[in-house]
Write a protein that binds this ligand. Sequence first.
Ligand SMILES: Cc1cc2nc3c(=O)[nH]c(=O)nc-3n(C[C@H](O)[C@H](O)[C@H](O)COP(=O)(O)OP(=O)(O)OC[C@H]3O[C@@H](n4cnc5c(N)ncnc54)[C@H](O)[C@@H]3O)c2cc1C
Length: 140
Amino acid sequence: MFKLAKEMCRHLEQPLNSPKLSARAMFDHPPANCFNKGCVMMIGGAAHSTTPFQGHGAAQSIEHSFVLETLLGKTEDKAHIAQAFTAFNQGRRSRTKRVVITSRRSEELMGMKAPGIGDDIVKMRERMQTRMNWIWNSRS
Ligand SMILES: Cc1cc2nc3c(=O)[nH]c(=O)nc-3n(C[C@H](O)[C@H](O)[C@H](O)COP(=O)(O)OP(=O)(O)OC[C@H]3O[C@@H](n4cnc5c(N)ncnc54)[C@H](O)[C@@H]3O)c2cc1C
């Protein structure tokens, strides 16, 4: 195992020592007040882009697709599409907003910057073991 780690580190040594090393910034999207205007809807990164620290940006779009399919499947008249989109907006926005916010918190946790936790490895582990529960076990 140490031999493997040493081999992996050998590949990291060169870029870490390189003067060409550059930094990358990552941003999320301030929560949008609304996802739709009438029959026009935005979803995905355009509506709720998030940092990747809990791996749930694209997963939100998969959930969206399921909800949209259900709502539009019950819409028999095209005049009611805007209503379906408004229902979607009301039902989905708070969850995606929470994903964006908790992903930021996750970044703090992994970066050892979480208030009251910092680099305390025991507290970090405790938080990591439970912090995804709300996403997996609740619909809101
Ligand atoms: C490092 C990283 C890791 C991630 N890991 C995960 C993960 O593990 N699990 C997960 O669920 N999600 C993850 N995500 C989030 C996921 O990648 C996004 O939620 C998802 O890609 C959003 O899909 P999208 O189609 O809405 O937008 P995008 O994938 O951003 O697609 C938008 C497209 O539109 C194009 N475009 C932009 N402007 C214009 C224009 N004016 N004209 C034409 N085209 C344009 C762009 O070039 C792009 O191809 C991660 C994201 C990052 C950055």
